[in-house]
Ligand binder design. Structure first.
Ligand code: BG6
Ligand code: MG
Length: 214
């Protein structure tokens, strides 16, 4: 592995414990559609954009709906989700996150966020960690969502660092695939289902040793 100059973090499930909120919100929509939806099916949605997530749920139930119904369900999901995170704050950061951001900043590593979420800026503000990041690429800024590498390639390019010298932190199969497709080094975190896909797997960021990489 080249000497690492930049870190790109996924948001949901890596920096903050919001994956469960996404799951419960989609479960609510799946219930309205009469489609069974458990943690197992949710694994396919992790890291996936809002639109593609709903398409996946409809495919699971082999169901077709009108464009108006589709738009209305996207709104129901996001309203449900935003309501569920309205009290989110720094205590919802996942273990080790604040320490990794702090020591990496001290060491001069450039930090960025690469998230599929259109709510990323709002959440980073609530978590009070936005100022750590030189670049935030979110679901509003990409044409091709994960597993396409666009979100991470845009992030690395904005930081002026090559993918081979950048470490991507991800909790989702779609995100690890996106990073690999872009030529990045990957750390899988907090989701044993992706351990086999990642270059390195950690249960949480308390296990991350900066001196190994930079
Ligand atoms: C990803 C989550 O970070 O963002 C997905 O892992 C979510 O579960 C996606 O669907 C889109 O999020 P949002 O906030 O734009 O609906
Ligand atoms: Mg994630």
């Amino acid at each position: 592995m080249d000497k690492i100059q930049a870190f790109l973090f996924d948001l949901d499930g890596v920096l903050v414990s919001t994956e469960h909120n996404h799951f419960v919100s989609w479960q609510h929509c799946a219930h309205l559609l009469g489609i069974p939806f458990s943690q197992k099916e949710n694994e396919l949605l992790k890291g996936v954009s809002r639109i593609d997530s709903l398409k996946n749920i409809l495919a699971l139930g082999n169901k077709q709906i009108s464009t108006d119904e589709f738009e209305s369900l996207l709104k129901i999901k996001n309203d449900f989700y935003l309501d569920s995170i309205k009290h989110i704050n720094q205590s919802n950061l996942l273990p080790g996150v604040l320490n990794v951001l702090t020591v990496a900043t001290k060491k001069g590593i450039l930090l960025g966020v690469g998230s599929s979420s259109k709510n990323a800026n709002l959440i980073l503000e609530k978590l009070q960690i936005k100022d750590f990041f030189k670049v935030i690429i979110d679901g509003n800024g990409v044409k091709n969502p994960k597993p396409d590498p666009e979100v991470f390639l845009n992030g690395a390019s904005a930081l002026g660092v090559e993918p081979a010298k950048t470490l991507v932190f991800e909790d989702a199969a779609s995100g690890i695939t996106a990073a690999k497709n872009g030529g990045f080094n990957t750390i899988g975190v907090g989701n044993p289902h992706i351990a086999h896909l990642s270059d390195i797997y950690l249960d949480d960021l308390t296990q991350f040793k900066l001196e190994t990489y930079a």
